[in-house]
Design a protein around this ligand. Structure first.
Ligand SMILES: *Cc1c(COP(=O)(O)O)cnc(C)c1O
Length: 391
């Protein structure tokens, strides 16, 4: 058997189980609600561009201006020759918006989670991690060598039982602020109380909260008014902020520590200046255009009302991520395929990304969706949901 045979056979097996991952090419101008897929005009409900800023001309102008001045590359890592004024400007802006002393940029949200957890924790730590946390958190914990204690999703009794039983000197509780596949918000006030009682650090991954939650758009921590109680606020600049990059915001002591210990921060080329200019402009828009968040909330309520009225099994969520449970992998894929034939794209999420039997359509809304778009989705779902016996 050659190694290629081995690779092929493994993927074949996934295909047999209906679980292989293939890339769907989405050809389009920008990530708006409408796109061309296989030459067909298609309505998209799968983007994380919640605020519909990806095609924003003001952001593009800022990017072009920086590109003109600084060029396309950064030329080195942050600690060698790759640091620009714009790195500091963006770090300061995020820290100010989040209400923390300092902030550190990473090249992606993935790199931020892996880099922070690897740097902060070692074998003397126990990390208490929600079962539904993002894969980058799971990978960061593995890389750190810390003891992992996975608690049941948003189950505070389970978390407390584990905290009580643990004998490690150093403890960290880490959770998604908004769970990426379910859309529900973490129970942060209760988690912070437990952290205080058991002398643990709290880290929140706000990839899907940033720009969307809180009166100021600063995410789940702001939504609950917990700015001084969450020690480590991590997030990404690739979702509502429509670029690329990740960050960790927290105390000056924490950020100085990460700058010296985070391998995914130290041993990588810095983000180029034009990327930073785009994120800076996007943050300005997040702060000055709260109507985007209000509109998103109204659209979310409209969609939920329609789905629940049709008696679909929709997970509880007040965010633009709405999970319509279809069950096994085959039914989930079949539903997504029927919608695609109608010109509607909704991603089908299957195990191992979600637990077995909880295959789902992950419907996401953006500011530029209209009520008519949503009505169209609901009408088609009604027809196919009956065909597949879901309603
Ligand atoms: C998307 C995501 C990340 C990773 O961010 P990238 O910038 O895409 O690397 C981390 N955590 C959560 C919860 C996410 O949804």
């Amino acid at each position: 058997m050659t190694y290629d045979d081995y690779f092929k056979r493994t993927v074949e097996q996934l295909k047999d189980e209906g679980l292989s991952r293939e890339i769907k090419a989405v050809l389009q101008g920008a990530t708006g609600p409408w796109a061309q897929i296989d030459g067909k005009r298609t309505l998209l409900f799968g983007s994380n561009d919640y605020l519909s800023l990806s095609a924003d001309k003001r952001i593009q102008a800022a990017i072009e201006e920086a590109l003109e001045v600084y060029g396309s590359g950064s030329g080195g890592s942050r600690l060698t020759t790759g640091s620009y004024m714009s790195h500091e400007a963006l770090e300061n802006r995020i820290a100010a918006d989040k209400g923390t002393e300092a902030c550190l940029l990473f090249n992606s949200g993935y790199a931020a989670n892996v880099g922070a957890l690897q740097a902060i924790c070692d074998k003397d730590w126990t990390v208490f991690s929600d079962r539904y946390n993002h894969a980058s958190i799971v990978d960061g914990i593995a890389l750190s060598g810390a003891k992992l204690s996975r608690y049941r999703h948003s189950d505070l009794a389970d978390l407390e039982r584990r905290l009580k039983a643990d004998v490690s000197e150093k403890k960290l509780i880490v959770t998604d602020g908004v769970f990426s596949m379910d859309g529900d918000i973490a129970l942060l006030p209760e988690i912070c109380k437990l952290a205080q009682a058991y002398h643990a650090l709290v880290m929140v991954d706000d990839a899907h909260g940033m720009g969307v939650l809180g009166a100021d758009g600063m995410g789940s921590v702001s939504h609950y008014g917990l700015k001084n109680q969450v020690d480590i606020q991590m997030g990404t600049l690739s979702k509502a902020i429509p670029g690329v990059g990740g960050y960790v915001a927290g105390s000056k002591a924490l950020i100085d520590y990460l700058r010296n210990h985070s391998r995914s921060y130290i041993y990588t080329t810095a983000l180029p200046a034009y990327v930073l200019a785009g994120s800076l402009k996007a943050l300005e828009i997040v702060a000055t255009e709260p109507w985007r968040r209000e509109r998103l909330r109204a659209l979310t309520a409209y969609l939920r009302h329609g789905l629940l009225e049709a008696r679909f099994n929709v997970l509880p969520s007040e965010t633009p991520i709405q999970a319509l449970i279809a069950g096994d992998a085959e039914t989930t894929v079949a539903l997504a395929r029927l919608l695609l034939e109608d010109g509607i794209y909704v991603p089908a999420i299957r195990p191992p990304t979600v637990p077995k039997g909880l295959g789902r359509l992950r419907i996401t809304l953006t500011v530029e969706h209209t009520q008519a778009d949503i009505q169209c989705l609901i009408e088609r779902l009604l027809i196919h949901g009956k065909t597949l016996g879901l309603i």
